[in-house]
Ligand binder design. Structure first.
Ligand code: AMP
Length: 171
């Protein structure tokens, strides 16, 4: 049985002192592991009638797009400011120092559409909370939220009460 956790590489002190960066490129480059990760996410939500998968820039794109393809859903990117060319909504969120912003196209979803959010990693939950805010602005119905990796001690799940959350690898 292939162990997905064994394919994640720890990089100490990246991008700064004291952070242990969870490097997923070692999983992505392994064809069996990549396929297993995508299959697991897609099969978990396959009976949920997902119409759009939302991937968060940029590692959420790598996972979200193949999950959308497998589910027969459309793909919607949530991007950093200045990247989306048409009319956008934006949501700000807190970082350790300062704030950051995520954006979505105003016409990316129609109200009531069934949506799955996908990102590589859940840490404090700030990124996913901003994405939830954007989807709510558009009236999307959040049917699930999937991560490859969850850093449980940072308690990002506290922001996700009531949602159907899947994480494939937990630390
Ligand atoms: P957060 O908003 O705190 O939940 O952080 C989630 C985002 O930051 C994800 O999109 C990750 O790509 C990135 N991230 C945060 N902490 C780590 C970490 N230790 N290793 C790799 N990526 C991380």
């Amino acid at each position: 049985m292939l162990d997905l956790k064994s394919k994640i590489r720890d990089i100490p002190n990246f991008p700064k002192e004291g952070i242990i960066f969870k490097d997923i490129t070692t999983l992505l480059k392994d064809p069996e592991a990549f396929k297993k990760a995508i299959d697991k996410i897609a099969s978990f939500y396959q009976d949920e009638g997902i119409e759009k998968v939302i991937g968060i820039e940029s590692r959420g794109f790598i996972l979200g797009a193949p999950v959308a393809f497998r589910l027969g859903a459309g793909f919607v990117p949530v991007r950093k400011p200045g990247k989306l060319p048409s009319d956008i909504y934006e949501a700000k969120y807190e970082l350790e120092y300062g704030t950051d912003t995520l954006t979505i196209h105003q016409d990316a979803l129609t109200p009531g559409q069934r949506v799955l959010l996908v990102d590589d990693l859940l840490a404090t939950g700030g990124t996913i909370s901003a994405t939830i805010e954007l989807v709510k602005l558009l009236g999307g119905l959040i049917v699930g939220i999937a991560f490859l990796v969850e850093l449980a001690e940072l308690r990002g799940r506290n922001h996700l009460d009531g949602y159907n959350v899947l994480s494939l690898i937990t630390y």
